[in-house]
Design a protein around this ligand. Structure first.
Ligand code: DAH
Length: 341
């Protein structure tokens, strides 16, 4: 009776093939081991014991075993493919399938840049403060030494909500609010949104962010002003970044400067981004105008200070080589995901 033994075993294996074709991923892995496992696989063992069989039987059993082995291998491969592609509907869940990636959200690149800038100034002793987006003409213009007949105060450029009330066109009014409320020494940075009646194109947006800075104390000189902004630029961009101050004009500072850093794209060599100047403007700045100190109840004979204002969208664009400001407002996930951790 022992002759029938391998044949019985082979037919038992043959019957499992039908079951194998319906197996889920876990069961399929078990089948592989049970049938083809190198040590104890049922087919493996039969093939290994061929030499113990009488020669005439050896041939038949060997042929059948090898044929079954091919069938099993093919059935396993086919089932694996099916489970992988989910080709057959109604099959059990494939527990070996990796989990789906879940988008957990991330900090917007402009927000990240604002936080980073405020953090650098925090190291220099600046506190982060905010102010209202709906402002009065008085804070947005008059206290900052901007006369109401100045073009900036024009209806063409400013969103007026009612006579004398508007959406702030810059974060500078928070300078005045802070100086009125606190005694020097004052060192603040003010991130926030501002509004202008501008087009929405590659380089303009009617709403954008600004970060205002203000330092007021006894004995603040132009030297401290330059040193602080130079330190900032080197920390934010890179330690070997060159910074230059170009004379400019703002009603609320005297003297005024435009602060420029070496172009991050060409490292100063000249390219389309910096219009072949090797430098990029990153902020307006200057020594606080004595009239502004006085308007806010601070004695300009005793105190002096510096102020600056920068655009985080522009700085984000310069840092990452983003060609169009609208990309920062569209919230296209394909764009934003590039900045996720
Ligand atoms: N308020 C200016 C603007 O919106 C930016 C600015 C320039 C702010 C010079 C300042 C400054 O504090 O000193 O364009």
């Amino acid at each position: 009776m022992s002759e029938a033994f391998p044949n019985d075993q082979l037919e038992a294996v043959a019957r499992t093939i039908a079951e194998l074709r319906e197996a889920d991923a876990v069961r399929l892995t078990q089948f592989k081991v049970e049938l083809l496992g190198r040590k104890n696989g049922r087919l493996t063992q039969i093939l290994r014991s061929l030499s113990t069989l009488p020669p005439d039987e050896r041939r038949a059993v060997g042929q059948r075993a090898n044929q079954l082995k091919r069938e099993v291998e093919e059935a396993i491969a086919a089932r694996e493919k099916e489970l992988h592609t989910g080709a057959k509907s109604g099959v059990a869940a494939d527990l070996s399938m990796p989990g789906r990636q879940v988008w957990r959200g991330a900090i917007h690149p402009v927000t990240a840049v604002i936080d980073e800038i405020c953090e650098i100034f925090r190291e220099l002793g600046f506190s982060r403060v905010t102010g209202p987006e709906v402002e009065t003409e008085e804070y947005n213009f008059t206290k900052l030494n901007i006369p109401l007949d100045h073009p900036a105060a024009d209806m063409q450029d400013t969103f007026y909500l009612s006579p004398g009330v508007l959406l702030r066109t810059h974060t500078s009014p928070v300078q005045a609010r802070t100086m009125e409320r606190y005694k020097p020494p004052i060192r603040i940075v003010v991130p926030g949104m501002v509004y202008r009646r501008d087009a929405f194109d590659a380089s303009h947006s009617p709403v954008f962010a600004q970060i205002e800075g203000l330092a007021v104390d006894e004995g603040i000189t132009f030297v401290e002003f330059k040193a602080a902004l130079d330190y900032f630029a080197k920390r934010f961009f890179s330690p070997d970044t060159t910074v230059r101050f170009r004379p400019s004009y703002f009603p609320f500072t005297e003297p005024s400067a435009e602060v420029e850093v070496q172009c991050q794209m060409c490292k100063g060599g000249g390219c389309a981004t910096c219009q072949y100047t090797g430098f990029l403007e990153i902020m307006g700045a200057g020594m606080v105008h004595p009239a502004v100190l006085e308007n806010c109840g601070i004695d300009p004979e005793r105190y002096s200070g510096y102020a600056f204002g920068m655009g985080p969208e522009r700085i984000t664009m310069l840092r990452y080589g983003i060609p169009d400001i609208r990309m920062l407002f569209e919230n296209d996930m394909r764009f934003l995901q590039q900045f996720a951790e």
